[in-house]
Write a protein that binds this ligand. Structure first.
Ligand SMILES: C[S@@+](CC[C@H](N)C(=O)[O-])C[C@H]1O[C@@H](n2cnc3c(N)ncnc32)[C@H](O)[C@@H]1O
Ligand code: SF4
Length: 378
């Protein structure tokens, strides 16, 4: 039986953060009931991609899934658990925003089978949090973190960002020390991407905010060293885990394995096809509730594109891409398919070739997009 993973998108947030371009709306939580009913219908409509497969991971992301009543999350997970083969040891994650969880919600999540929580902190500095429009302070975060722990969540991930307005290297290092004391199992740390259509992007155009790439890179280098000292394994460009706690769900994306996306704008990759859902809320709810298809676009991927994606997603992993995995999947050799590209990147010290695999070099980590670009041919 084939495996698959499930991504569930919950597009609601209390407030929109100034840097964020994820598909989410603030102040629309009253639509949560209609949205959930649409999502439950979509599960039926997409069952052919889910039935007869073992569900290894479920990821409830957003938006802020914890901003809606927990009964909606219960309904979605209950439908997946009763209708499909969710593995007993499946990793089931929910994204949470500090300040939106309490004892009742966490207990409900645990009852629904959730065993991993990804908590968005972004910065330990209250002034920075305020300036990017976060709805919580560092103290709120610590309260949420401790509550999750005390109620029994054994796998917590923390999201941090680098290069934010008002963030400096010293404070960032101090912040890391605070986090190390908490001993989360997993950390995701993202360099700020200035997304068009965000408040922060507008602030950068008007000169109110200037993104300093050098400071952001300094933070990244410090981060790698400091986390290694505390036993964290750097396993993907932006991700670090204590042994045994890598995100199994995200590994599905980087290994180009199958997953089914449910909800507004959600993307899927299944049986070598990529497809995604409608991204307009009203249309999504109306169509799904009339049992009409909500998929907007299906692309059967050509072999060439599959190989490219396997390479540039796989190279995000610090362990890189193993020759034998590529051969098993495509019945051809990486060195034959990409000999010129690999040679060029090794010469430029961006890629390393060691015992049966290729991986980003330390320098390559800073220029990953340039490396990935080499594998995409017109
Ligand atoms: C869907 S959001 C997180 C969930 C939750 N709503 C929260 O904010 O706590 C996923 C993560 O992506 C990261 N992120 C969002 N926008 C980003 C951007 N423009 N640049 C870099 N990282 C970003 C943040 O670290 C965020 O926690
Ligand atoms: S970072 Fe999280 S809380 Fe902020 S707007 Fe994006 S999804 Fe919502």
């Amino acid at each position: 039986m084939k495996n698959t993973s499930i991504y569930v998108h919950i597009p609601f947030c209390r407030e929109k953060c100034s840097y964020c371009d994820f598909l989410s709306y603030s102040g629309q939580e009253e639509r949560a009931e209609a949205y959930t009913s649409a999502l439950l219908n979509e599960i039926d409509a997409k069952s052919r991609y889910i039935e007869n497969r073992k569900i290894k991971t479920i990821y409830i992301g957003g938006g802020t899934p914890t901003s809606i009543e927990p009964i909606y999350i219960e309904k979605i997970l209950s439908k997946l658990h009763t209708g499909f083969d969710v593995q007993r040891d499946a990793e089931i994650t929910i994204e949470a925003n500090p300040g939106t969880i309490d004892r009742k919600k966490i207990n409900s999540y645990i009852k629904s089978g959730i065993n991993r929580v990804s908590l968005g902190l972004q910065s330990t500095d209250d002034d920075v949090l305020k300036s990017i429009g976060r709805i919580h302070t560092y103290n709120d975060f610590e309260k949420s973190y401790n509550l999750l722990r005390n109620l029994g969540i054994k796998n917590i991930s923390i999201d941090l960002m680098m290069g934010l307005p008002g963030q400096n290297l010293e404070d960032f290092i101090e912040g890391l020390e605070k986090i190390m004391v908490l001993k989360p199992e997993h950390l995701s740390c993202y360099g700020l991407v200035l997304e068009e259509n965000t408040t922060l992007y507008k602030q950068s155009l008007s000169g109110k905010f200037k993104f300093d790439e050098d400071i952001e890179r300094d933070m990244y280098h410090v981060l790698i060293q400091r986390l290694a000292k505390s036993g964290y394994i750097h396993y993907e460009i932006s991700n670090f885990a204590l042994p045994g706690f890598s995100s199994r769900h995200n590994m599905v994306y980087w290994n180009l394995d199958d997953y089914v996306g449910l909800g507004l704008g959600a993307h899927s990759f299944s049986d070598n096809c990529r497809f995604h859902n409608i991204s307009k809320m009203k249309e999504y709810i109306e169509k799904a509730n009339k049992l009409q298809p909500v998929i907007e676009d299906i692309e059967r991927m050509e072999l060439k594109n599959l190989k490219e994606e396997f390479m540039f997603l796989g190279l995000r992993k610090i362990q890189g891409v193993e020759f034998k995995d590529y051969e098993k999947r495509f019945a051809s050799s990486i060195c034959d398919d990409y000999s010129a590209e690999i040679e060029k990147l090794i010469k430029g010290e961006l890629l390393e070739k060691t015992d049966g695999k290729i991986k980003l070099s330390l320098k390559g980590l800073d220029f990953a997009n340039r490396v990935f670009g080499e594998f995409i041919k017109p």
